[in-house]
Design a binder for this molecule. Structure first.
Ligand code: SF4
Length: 219
């Protein structure tokens, strides 16, 4: 018997799974979603205009699979799962709802989270938008570390004024992106370079796809 590691087929399987996942969960979901407010604004621009194409590498698969499995297992017994709210045309999907009124978001991570200050801004932003659309002053963030298997829950509290500010900022973000799409001008958008490292629109050596012209190599 001969056993060899086949890098080419690994890439093909990766593309097969993640491209299908992306088209079902990102492109296949009609309309604009909350993630577009949080991600680099160019990702929605490219998704809508096709001026760059997504590519996934094999390093993305495990993280994605674990995240998906954790979501299914954790949210199974909550009052509601994947509930969609509408924010002026933007779809906000809440992972789960606790006690019929409090939004719950789940994040899987390899990072060591010891305290509130270690939480990623994106996670905080995501739950804050969820609390704002649900008009809930309390929300929960579950953080599952996939290396140590430790589970933590952070309880968020926001005021009405804070929630209104979040909604307003979300709407302006989408208006700006829509304007750039309409004018077919990506230069109107401010790239979030800190996301380039893992972005599916980044240029990848040996991959012949239209990629993002604004990509910046991480320091
Ligand atoms: S490669 Fe960087 S600038 Fe381009 S879409 Fe991705 S995150 Fe934005």
């Amino acid at each position: 018997m001969i056993i060899t590691e086949n890098f080419e087929i690994a890439q093909k399987f990766t593309d097969l799974m993640l491209t299908a996942y992306s088209s079902e969960n990102i492109k296949g979901r009609s309309g604009v979603h909350r993630s577009s407010i949080i991600d680099c604004p160019l990702t929605l621009y490219y998704a809508e205009t096709g001026e760059a194409e997504q590519h996934f590498d094999e390093n993305n698969v495990g993280i994605w699979l674990l995240g998906e499995l954790c979501h299914i297992a954790f949210t199974k017994y909550f009052d509601a799962r994947e509930k969609v709210f509408n924010l002026a045309g933007i779809k906000v999907t809440i992972d789960a709802i606790y006690n019929n009124k409090f939004p719950v978001e789940l994040k899987t991570t390899r990072k060591k989270i010891y305290k509130r200050e270690d939480l990623l801004d994106d996670w905080i932003h995501q739950l804050s938008i969820g609390m704002a659309v649900m008009e809930s002053d309390v929300g929960y963030l579950i953080v599952m570390n996939i290396i140590t298997f430790k589970l933590q829950v952070y309880e968020f509290h926001t005021t009405k004024e804070e929630r209104e500010k979040i909604l307003e900022h979300s709407l302006w973000t989408i208006i700006d992106i829509s304007n750039a799409i309409k004018k077919r001008n990506p230069n109107l958008l401010e790239p979030k370079y800190e996301k380039c490292k893992t972005c599916s629109f980044r240029p990848i050596k040996g991959v012949d796809k239209k990629n993002c012209l604004f990509y910046r190599r991480p320091n």
